[in-house]
Design a protein around this ligand. Structure first.
Ligand SMILES: Cc1cc2nc3c(=O)[nH]c(=O)nc-3n(C[C@H](O)[C@H](O)[C@H](O)COP(=O)(O)OP(=O)(O)OC[C@H]3O[C@@H](n4cnc5c(N)ncnc54)[C@H](O)[C@@H]3O)c2cc1C
Length: 404
């Protein structure tokens, strides 16, 4: 028996085709409208919930695939349909992943389903890490969590920035500093249950791309949550803080643990956009004529398309490798999770830019989707760690040195 195969299983192929069908029939036709409206596409989220694509069970099944590939496969197909709508559907999985990473199994089953709601009344989840003064530098969070022992409650104060689904989510998962002097090792993750007083958000931020997806700043003003909303529990936190105070090195910090799990999936989203733009440009190049022949008959165009396809396939292989390594417990000795996100983000930007170029003037207009894909792609070199931060992680991993 061969020990190596890139053959997808029947289940994975079925999943890919199922999500692709939804992306082609429901998401892509609605993409331009929701991009223009810059509103959360609730009817599409409801459709996704109705067919079982948007649900806690669905995300749990994707997470459970022992090869790790199901989540990137589904993400690529959904984002092939449209990235703004895609993030409106998948943004909740960041909150679910955070609960899964930091929480106990009981906490996972209590809170993650509430991020999704049910088929007749879907809800959203938000994962709140970034702050105005702490985006790349997540060790410098200023949102504070203070324990009120008399009431067994945690009190959260401060401001989060750029939060996907911020303020419109049912469940906000908030990373906060318990002991600021311990930097990242003094942080913990909290669930803020629905309708908790003191959590308010700004209006939706107007953006270059992903305009259907809701992004807002979130303010926490004496937000009180019960003790059991501390993910992982107080005992575990106290032990961790004690170790950190003694100077022992902590294996991972709260936010970073979640990012490591989610980076290949975010890379897969970028590849979905890149593939959509590449396919559109390929078809256009076969039919658009200039100088009396299809433009693809020029090597300059055909080679650009060859490079686009090669880069997309290379990025996907890095994503699948990282997803598989993460799921099977392999050590990321060279920052392979970051590598996959770095490559996919850069490929999405360069491929969508080439697609616009291949369409010429048509590519610059909103009559064709590559214009939107070009705008949407750019976020993938910025969120879930900028390209520079991914390079920092890789550089530190391969050198063993504290590169700044
Ligand atoms: C649409 C959108 C959705 C988002 N959703 C979420 C969300 O749901 N939850 C959440 O918590 N956050 C979210 N974010 C925030 C996002 O993760 C941050 O914007 C990102 O991490 C970058 O942080 P920053 O914007 O503060 O940039 P900065 O950290 O200020 O970085 C600015 C520039 O400096 C570079 N830089 C910084 N430090 C270094 C260094 N050491 N070496 C080299 N270069 C460096 C960066 O790479 C970047 O180019 C979202 C952002 C956007 C735009």
């Amino acid at each position: 028996m061969s020990g190596f195969s890139l053959e997808l299983s029947d289940e994975q192929r079925d999943l890919r085709d199922w999500v692709h069908g939804f992306a082609a029939e429901v998401v892509r036709p609605a993409a331009a409208e929701w991009d223009e409206r810059e509103e959360t596409p609730w009817p599409i989220i409801q459709e996704a919930a109705k067919i079982g694509l948007y649900s806690f069970d669905s995300i749990a099944t994707l997470f459970a695939d022992p090869t790790g590939l199901s989540l990137p496969i589904a993400s690529e197909e959904l984002f092939w349909g449209d990235a703004g709508i895609g993030l409106s559907i998948m943004g909740t999985s960041l909150a679910a992943a955070a609960i899964s990473s930091a929480g106990t199994p009981e906490q996972l089953f209590e809170w993650a389903p509430q991020c999704y709601g049910d088929a007749s009344d879907p809800k959203l989840g938000a994962f709140c890490v970034s702050e105005p003064g702490a985006g790349s530098d997540v060790s410098s969070l200023r949102v504070r969590a203070r324990y009120d022992e008399a009431k067994d409650e945690w009190v959260l104060n401060g401001q989060k920035a750029w939060i996907t689904n911020g303020g419109i989510a049912n469940i906000h998962v908030v990373v906060a500093s318990v002991e600021p002097e311990l930097k990242a090792r003094g942080q913990a993750t909290f669930v803020v249950p629905p309708n908790t007083p003191g959590l308010v958000a700004t209006k939706k931020i107007k953006k270059l791309g992903l305009r259907a997806s809701h992004t807002a700043d979130v303010f926490l003003d004496d937000v009180r949550v019960p003790g059991h909303c501390l993910l992982g529990g107080k005992e575990r936190l106290d032990e961790r803080l004690a170790r950190a105070r003694e100077g022992a090195s902590a294996k991972s910090q709260a936010a970073m643990a979640t990012f490591e799990r989610t980076r290949p999936t975010v890379g897969a989203q970028a590849i979905g956009i890149a593939r959509a733009a590449y396919e559109y440009a390929l078809e256009y190049a076969k039919t658009r004529e200039a100088f009396g022949r299809p433009i693809i008959e020029n090597q300059a165009i055909a080679f650009a398309l060859a490079d686009m396809r090669t880069e997309i396939d290379a990025a996907r292989l890095l994503i699948w490798r990282a997803a598989w390594m993460g799921k099977t417990g392999k050590r990321f000795e060279a920052g392979e999770g970051s590598m996959s996100k770095l490559k996919a983000g850069e490929v999405a930007v360069s491929v969508t830019e080439k697609a616009v170029q291949i369409l010429g003037g048509a590519g610059y207009s909103r009559e064709h989707p590559v214009e939107r894909m070009y705008r949407d792609s750019k976020i993938y070199t910025i969120f879930e760690g900028t390209s520079e931060i991914q390079r920092l992680v890789i550089a530190r991993a391969i050198s063993g040195m504290h590169i700044r």
